[in-house]
Structure formats: C-alpha cells, structure tokens
Design a protein around this ligand. Structure first.
Ligand SMILES: Cc1cc2nc3c(=O)[nH]c(=O)nc-3n(C[C@H](O)[C@H](O)[C@H](O)COP(=O)(O)OP(=O)(O)OC[C@H]3O[C@@H](n4cnc5c(N)ncnc54)[C@H](O)[C@@H]3O)c2cc1C
Length: 390
C-alpha cells in the first residue's frame, strides 16, 4: 500500500510560527547541529549560571523560548491556547530536575496537583505528568530496587515518596485526568515500576488513569510489558503505557562499562527501532486492556501506528491512543497528525530558567547525537522558509 506522506506538509507544521520565529528556529537548530559548539555552549552556560553572570535573558530569548512554554503555568497559557486552536493538546511538564531536598519534592508535588486541578477545567490539557526523581532521591529508588534494607530515616523518606504518588494518582482519578509517569535511569526504574504498578492496581480499576513509561532502547521491556499485562488481567486493573525510545543512552552505556555489567541498552539503533515498533504493535493489539501514549519524533513509527490503527479498525480519535511530541520539536508530526484527526498532545516544559537547564541540555545533546533528526528539522524549516519566500 502506498503511503500518503502527511508529515511533509510544512505549511500545516509551522502554521503557528511567525516568519521571525521560523528564522529563530532555523538558527537554533543550525547551532545545535554543531557538536563542539553544543559542548562549549553547555559548559559556558553552566559556568555562567553558577557564577551568577547575567545570561538568563540570552538563554530565554533563544533555547528556552523555543523548547519551553514559560517560567510558570500562566506564562504557558498562550502557547496552550494557540496549539489547541489547531487541535493539539498540551501536557504541562514542570521540568525542574536534579533536586534532592524534601521541600523541593513537596514543591514538585504541589505543582503537579495544581496542574491536575487546572487540567480538570481546561479541555486543552487532558493529561498531566511527573518524573519519579521529582518526588524522591535517585539514591533511594536505587537502594529500594536493589532490595537493600533502608535505615529508619530512609524508610520514612520512602514513605513520603509513596505518599506523593498516592496524592497525585488519587486526585487524577477524582478529576478524571490521566497522569503519565516518566521513566528515567534503569538503576532507579525497578523501584519506580513496582510503585507505579501499585498505583495502577489501585487507581486503574475502571479505566487507565495512571500511565507508566516503557523505554524501548532497553531490550527487556517487551517481556516486562507482557508480564505486567498478565498480572493486570488477573488483578483486574487496566494498564496505561507511554512508549518512548529512551533519553539516557550514553549514561546507561558508560555506567554498564564502568561497573562491568551487561548494558541494558539494545545493541544498535535498528534493534531499538524494532523493539519500539513491536511494543507499539503489542499494545495496539491489546487496546481493551492497555491504553497507549506514543511518545516519539520518529516518522516511521508514527506512520506505522497510523497504519496499524487503520488495519485494526481503531478510530483515529479513539481516546485509548494518543501521540505525543516535545514542544519545539517535530511540529510536522504533531500538527499534521492533529489535522488528520488523531489525538495529539505536546509536552510543554516550564520552570525557572536556571532549573530547567538539565532538560534543555538534554534536548541540545539529543539533537546533536541524533544527527538525522536535526537535519530533518533544518530541511523542513528551510522548505517552509522557501514556501513563504522568507
Ligand atoms: C512525548 C515524549 C515523552 C518522552 N518521555 C520520556 C521519558 O519518560 N523517558 C525517557 O527516557 N525519554 C522520554 N522521551 C524522549 C525519548 O526517549 C527519546 O529520547 C526521543 O524522543 C528520541 O527518540 P525518537 O523515538 O523520537 O526518535 P529517533 O530519533 O528515531 O530515535 C532516537 C533514539 O533511539 C535510541 N538510539 C539511538 N542510537 C542508538 C543506538 N546506537 N543503539 C540503541 N539505541 C539507539 C535512543 O533512545 C535515541 O534517543 C520522551 C519523548 C517524547 C516525544
């Protein structure tokens, strides 16, 4: 069957971008495509922020405004409304990372609860999200996952982490807002998986409210999903799964080498791609039990999902299937999918400039290491500039 390449339409892809925003995006991706520049820029920015040099304005007007909705929720409202006008929903993502203190975990909890309350009233925001490391120390997840006994203080600290998960999932269920829980480094993920499964068991009794994340660059994830699927059937609860390829590949590989264990990452990109597509196929074939959030900028996987939905007679706007991209990336997928009638939501990160730097650096590095993706963004922007005669 020949494929209609809907993602090639740059007019729809960049309909919300003014000519000057188009130029800025082009300039930005051009810079990001230069690896040494990203390395130097990252080091210089980290230094400047630590030394309190006045660089926030510069960061804001360049990378920050391209990849983030604003410094707080109100700041993001315009972006949310503009996108929803084109049928693209938003997942507000409080992207403050790398915090280790209790008051910061409580602040992240309150932010997430606020977003759920807000989302319950706003059609443009059907889904909320949080990161396991936003609610507790990585060290604690790691120790729990290894089955090492906690000290009394650590046990109390862990109890507070569990309490934060319950607070979010309980409110999400009460307000009927789905909540995605991100996946992070494999050495903390086992404990997070157990906890998220407990949440699904308790809050996904009627429908999937709580979603875990599968990183398919891990070769063990499809087997994990099949086991979880069997447990959910016997335990009578629904599954919600976001599938992504995974964002911590270099870190994972380096740790496996330095600590001399088998890397959890697939041996090459083709293996990750095939794993992603098989996981997606498995879920689409079991949609009565498992709802799907496809988090990807990969055109092939997105086309494949569309084709499989068609073959399985799944309606384009079936609420059990959502597509998601990150704000500032792959607008050609998001806006063309939405135009064609699919459910689409973009993660819209927000938070104080200094605190979202780890997120921004990951995006810059990802776009550098995945050379193909940056070139694709550049080509699409070039095509649209030409079409508009900018
Ligand atoms: C909505 C959304 C939510 C996300 N949430 C999370 C999350 O919770 N946790 C998380 O970790 N990431 C998350 N990500 C990021 C995601 O994991 C990927 O890093 C990113 O989307 C790039 O992968 P891709 O599928 O878009 O595209 P592609 O460009 O096709 O794939 C790139 C990815 O392939 C894998 N890869 C690249 N080279 C190799 C290799 N040599 N061997 C094996 N694998 C390789 C890596 O995972 C790399 O990121 C999210 C992304 C989106 C869009």
């Amino acid at each position: 069957m020949s494929r209609t390449k809907i993602f090639d339409n740059t007019e729809i892809a960049f309909q919300l971008k003014s000519d000057s925003e188009l130029e800025r995006a082009y300039f930005l991706f051009k810079m990001i495509s230069l690896q040494p520049l990203v390395r130097i820029g990252t080091a210089a920015t980290n230094f400047a922020l630590k030394a309190n040099l006045p660089v926030e304005g510069l960061i804001r007007s360049t990378v920050f405004d391209h990849f983030c909705g604003g410094v707080n929720e109100d700041d993001c409202l315009q972006v949310i409304d503009n996108m929803f006008d084109k049928s693209v929903s938003s997942v507000l993502d409080y992207s403050v990372e790398g915090k280790e203190a209790e008051d910061q975990f409580d602040a992240a909890l309150h932010k997430t609860l606020e977003i759920i309350e807000f989302a319950a009233k706003k059609e443009a925001m059907p889904i909320a999200v949080f990161k396991p490391s936003g609610f507790g120390r990585l060290f604690l997840y790691e120790k729990k996952g290894e089955g090492v006994a906690f000290t009394d203080d650590e046990q109390q600290e862990w109890d507070r982490v569990v309490m934060r998960y319950h607070a979010v999932c309980r409110l999400a269920k009460e307000k009927d807002v789905e909540v995605l829980i991100d996946a992070e480094e494999s050495w903390m993920q086992d404990a997070a998986d157990v906890l998220v499964e407990e949440m699904m068991e308790q809050y996904n009794t009627e429908k999937p409210i709580v979603y875990n994340t599968l990183q398919t660059y891990r070769w063990d994830r499809l087997d994990y999903l099949k086991g979880l699927h069997a447990r959910s059937k016997s335990g009578n609860f629904k599954l919600g799964m976001k599938i992504v390829r995974g964002a911590y590949m270099e870190k994972e590989r380096e740790r496996a080498v330095s600590m001399n264990y088998q890397s959890p990452i697939c041996e090459n990109k083709e293996a990750t791609d095939s794993n992603f597509n098989s996981t997606q196929t498995y879920i689409l074939n079991n949609l009565d039990d498992i709802s799907l959030f496809v988090g990807t900028h990969n055109e092939e996987s997105s086309y494949l999902a569309m084709e499989q939905m068609n073959a399985l007679n799944i309606l384009k706007d079936d609420n059990r299937v959502w597509f998601g991209q990150l704000y500032g990336m792959s607008d050609h997928i998001s806006f063309n999918l939405a135009k064609a009638g699919y459910n689409v939501a973009k993660y819209v990160p927000f938070g104080p400039v200094k605190d979202v730097m780890p997120y921004l650096i990951r995006r810059a590095e990802e776009n550098t290491s995945v050379a193909g993706q940056t070139n694709r963004e550049l080509n699409l922007l070039k095509q649209e500039k030409k079409r508009r005669k900018v």
